[in-house]
Design a protein around this ligand. Structure first.
Ligand SMILES: Cc1cc2nc3c(=O)[nH]c(=O)nc-3n(C[C@H](O)[C@H](O)[C@H](O)COP(=O)(O)O)c2cc1C
Length: 168
């Protein structure tokens, strides 16, 4: 079984809550839950599968704690890592930059050699543009606790099921 770390950055706890829910649902795999605010790169080195959580705060920007971690992040070799990304956003107020930070994080980890898993169909999402949409698919799991919080748990459960084959 692969070792899993769930690493998140969260400003108002939505991403944190989703990360905690994922840790709970993946209890059989004993994942390590990490707040990127701590600034520790060790989990990136010691785990095989990294589930990265990031919220979107404006166009072009990573969430503050991910942004602070960036100098360490850019030095990491991720070529042996399997990475899945989830992100919190708000499609109601920000439909033209919906969960953009998933796309930003994706571009960084791909450039650093990671294998990215966990793409999601945009069907059922109501938005105009997202940097997380590549070749017609979201490159991670969008969650929206502002606009459609009632869908969050179901989306997490379904997404984790698609990831489980990569945990063996
Ligand atoms: C000032 C501000 C800017 C935001 N910009 C975006 C955005 O561009 N795209 C988006 O999808 N959500 C945007 N959001 C919504 C947040 O991503 C959303 O509230 C998210 O759940 C916050 O997660 P966190 O509490 O884990 O940081 C913005 C929210 C605020 C307050």
């Amino acid at each position: 079984m692969k070792s899993i770390a769930i690493i998140y950055g969260s400003s108002t706890e939505h991403t944190k809550n989703a990360a905690e829910k994922m840790a709970e649902l993946l209890a059989d795999y004993s994942p390590t839950l990490v707040d990127i605010y701590e600034g520790d790169e060790t989990p990136f080195l010691t785990h095989d599968v990294l589930i990265l959580g990031v919220s979107t705060w404006g166009v072009q920007d990573l969430q503050d704690d991910w942004n602070d971690f960036y100098p360490k992040f850019e030095k990491l070799d991720l070529s042996e890592k399997t990475i899945a990304i989830f992100g919190l956003g708000d499609a109601s107020i920000y439909p033209s930059s919906y969960v953009d930070a998933i796309g930003i994080l994706y571009e960084i980890v791909v450039q650093k050699g990671a294998t990215v898993i966990g793409e999601v169909s945009p069907e059922g999402y109501d938005f105009e543009y997202s940097r997380a949409l590549k070749d017609g698919k979201f490159v991670g799991l969008p969650l929206d606790d502002d606009y459609e919080p009632e869908l969050t748990e179901e989306r997490i459960v379904n997404w984790l099921e698609t990831l489980k084959p990569y945990f063996e």
